[in-house]
Design a protein around this ligand. Structure first.
Ligand code: NI
Length: 223
């Protein structure tokens, strides 16, 4: 168990699930094997929540916060645990399978994942100050992003990855992930560096994606 259990939430029924992130979950191919290590480096910066009171909101493209490089988390505080809980809630409401802090306007190097996109299914992962330490293989699959609703495109990702991160208890751990889980992790990790999946879509999907992004930036004016 990587993430400490979060309070169970009741969520609105999802009537018409739209798998914004990478299509329906496939547990047969989302392999996962955690192992702990204590290679915990000190983190020099302190992060601050943009929103300190009300429920955080998902920010949308082209909000500039999505292009910023997030800062390492210095200390796991109660405020961070609470914000992580709210991120899970937002992710499930969307619904999505992953959400990175910059997507709620918070410039912190952390993201949450549940490949099942539902609080009663799958497993909840919290990755703080994550670092991809190994990659192998390549696959293409459609991706979407909760910050760019309605836009989807095929992206090449490593099939297997190895990652190091800190959990909500402050423990450094290592995981090996493949297929869907590896894809989600790579997508969310990119958010921490201001990179969006639309930057990486296949050549075949690029013209269409660019057209769609254009129309988000300058929506047609009412006559
Ligand atoms: Ni995204």
């Amino acid at each position: 168990m990587l993430a400490p259990p979060l309070r169970k939430r009741s969520v609105l029924p999802i009537l018409a699930p739209h798998w914004y992130d990478f299509g329906p979950p496939d547990f047969a191919t989302s392999g996962f094997s955690p192992s702990r290590s204590h290679a915990c480096a000190p983190h020099p910066f302190r992060i601050h929540l943009y929103q300190t009171e009300s429920i955080v909101q998902i920010v949308h493209y082209p909000d500039p916060v999505l292009r910023q490089v997030a800062a390492p988390v210095a200390e796991i505080t109660e405020e961070i645990r609470r914000a992580v809980g709210e991120m899970f809630e937002l992710m499930y409401e969307a619904p999505g399978v992953g959400l990175a802090a910059p997507q709620v306007g918070w410039g912190a190097r952390l993201f949450v994942v549940n490949p099942a996109a539902h609080p009663d299914e799958g497993e909840e992962y919290v990755f703080i100050n994550p670092k991809i330490t190994g990659k192998k293989g390549a696959t293409f699959a459609d991706e979407g992003c909760l910050s760019i609703p309605g836009v989807m495109g095929s992206v090449r990702r490593a099939k297997w990855i190895q990652m190091e991160a800190t959990d909500l208890e402050g423990n450094r751990f290592r995981i090996d992930a493949q297929d869907l889980l590896a894809r989600i992790i790579q997508h969310e990790q990119d958010h921490l560096d201001g990179i969006l999946f639309t930057d990486k879509v296949s050549d075949a999907d690029r013209p269409d994606i660019e057209r769609q992004l254009e129309s988000i930036q300058s929506p047609p004016q009412p006559q």
